[in-house]
Design a protein around this ligand. Structure first.
Ligand SMILES: C[S@@+](CC[C@H](N)C(=O)[O-])C[C@H]1O[C@@H](n2cnc3c(N)ncnc32)[C@H](O)[C@@H]1O
Length: 273
């Protein structure tokens, strides 16, 4: 989740203004004024499910351990999200502080996987595997295909999966540009996808189009940092306007995409979370 300025991102103050605008214009997050029964159910039963799942403790314990891990890794710099530091040596603890999705969003993804019983799950951008852990625990009978280019980072993620005793994760190493399509050719469908790496317009649209090949009516796709840069906002607009997309929910830090055919007229919600 990149937040530091670079040629590919808005200045943090700009993001702050955009967040303020989102916050005052978004629907209140309780479902009031939402006429779509599907979206109302999503808000009340998934987004706002405040129950504490046991899985949360296990993954958050691993997050605490990576936050304290001072091991230095050599990083292969891939997408726009890797511009936090110029050095290609980074401490695990620094990666844990700057690159991982906060628990509020990872736990929402756990609930989405769990509620809709997603079986085939794709994550672009494993990093240390914290969100991956949530996705895998969301449905232990499903499989998570998670993609990561930086091999020393992927190695830490794999250790974390062992700590969590998770056997339903397949880590695919290498540049998404080379690894995604061959893996997609091997799977029948995607129930859930989280695109959280290489936060730039063209690659994001390209990954969306590739993932679409295996989407179904009930797939859920999530895109990270949709308001982080002009390019990412343009990519998000492109996705919203795509003919296969029938429903989107903008939670500012992530955008959620549905393909339900029952939804005859496309609708786009902005909801406070
Ligand atoms: C923001 S982090 C992912 C965080 C993770 N999803 C989480 O929430 O815990 C993005 C990761 O994507 C990887 N990445 C970015 N662009 C890539 C590319 N083109 N190919 C492979 N990996 C890439 C980076 O190395 C980085 O580890």
């Amino acid at each position: 989740m990149p937040f530091i300025s670079s040629s590919n991102s808005y200045h943090p103050i700009h993001v702050g203004f955009r967040f303020f605008k989102y916050y005052i214009t978004a629907l209140n997050g309780k479902g009031h004024g939402v006429h779509s029964p599907f979206v109302f159910e999503f808000i009340t039963k998934v987004m706002n499910d405040n129950r504490h799942f046991y899985a949360y403790n296990s993954v958050e314990q691993v997050r605490q351990s990576v936050l304290k891990n001072n091991k230095v890794l050599s990083i292969t710099d891939f997408g726009a999200g890797s511009t936090v530091t110029k050095s290609n040596k980074r401490k695990v603890s620094d990666i844990a502080r700057s690159a991982l999705k906060p628990k509020k969003f990872s736990q929402l993804m756990f609930r989405i996987v769990n509620y809709y019983s997603a079986n085939t799950i794709v994550e672009l951008g494993t990093s240390l595997g914290i969100t991956t852990g949530y996705l895998a625990l969301g449905n232990l009978l499903g499989t998570v295909y998670t993609f990561e280019g930086a091999s020393e980072v992927a190695a830490i993620a794999k250790d974390n999966f062992s700590q969590l005793a998770l056997n339903n994760i397949d880590v695919i190493e290498g540049n998404f540009d080379e690894t995604l399509q061959p893996q997609l050719n091997k799977i029948n469908k995607i129930d859930f996808a989280f695109v959280d790496g290489n936060h730039r317009k063209e690659p994001t649209i390209r990954y969306f189009e590739q993932l679409l090949q295996k989407s179904t009516e009930s797939s859920v796709f999530i895109f990270d940092d949709i308001h982080w840069s002009k390019g990412m906002e343009e990519a998000w607009e492109y996705i919203k306007q795509h003919s296969s997309v029938t429903l989107t929910i903008d939670l500012f830090f992530i955008g959620i995409v549905f393909f339900r055919k029952e939804q005859k007229v496309p609708q786009h919600f902005v909801i406070r979370f």
